[in-house]
Design a protein around this ligand. Sequence first.
Ligand SMILES: [Zn+2]
Length: 264
Amino acid sequence: MMGPAHSLSGAAAWLGVGAATAAAGHPMPWPVLLAGALICAGAALAPDLDHKAATISRSFGPVSRWLCEIVDKLSYAVYKATKKRADPRRSGGHRTLTHTWLWAVVIGAGTSALAITGGRWAVLAILFVHMVLAIEGLLWRAARGSSSDVLVWLLAGTSAWIIADILDKTDGGADWLFTAPGQEYLWLGLPIVLGALVHDIGDALTVSGCPILWPIPVGRKRWYPIGPPKVMRFRAGSWVELKVLMPVFMLLGGVGGAAALNFI
Ligand SMILES: [Zn+2]
């Protein structure tokens, strides 16, 4: 899928989690629901850091271009080192290492560790990065063109600051789910894991599939491209994605959000 559909599916997924946790007796305070949905929308773009043309690789100027090159090289090296004989030859790392459940968990756990050890500035940095991505993903029409980069960064910085302030208040939700002292913001890793997984599932629905299960082998392949039967798959950026999936994500997100806040 393309950036906007990935972002929308990420936001909808977190709102769905909000509905589920409310039903299970751990309702999210509204700042957690909002911040989590935005983080998840941003995190749902992150796996494409292995592709030069992807939103994330263009969102942070030279920093993300450089990071993209490293991630692509690393992914390709890991692919070559762990491929079985039935896995096809490839010429680059796109849709390999960063498109696996293991990557999602490692990135999420790393973010949680950073959030609880790094203090306010770490939380702000995590929020900033994901706000930039959420803006690029959800408001793609407004954020198009490299001249708008600085505006996006300013908007993301401001919203990260405001959101962190609201979360920090009593009942703001910094200690949602993990309530022991010192575990504030531990939950920040959850929307990041979820966003990456939702991205992988979205890619699995497209023609080329997605090796989500790596390093668990499937048959004679270790990078088995998971996906539904061929007839149910669509091309990235096709009308199915724009006219069917994106409205469905919006509807599901709306219902999830309303249920999470106990409106329905
Ligand atoms: Zn992808």
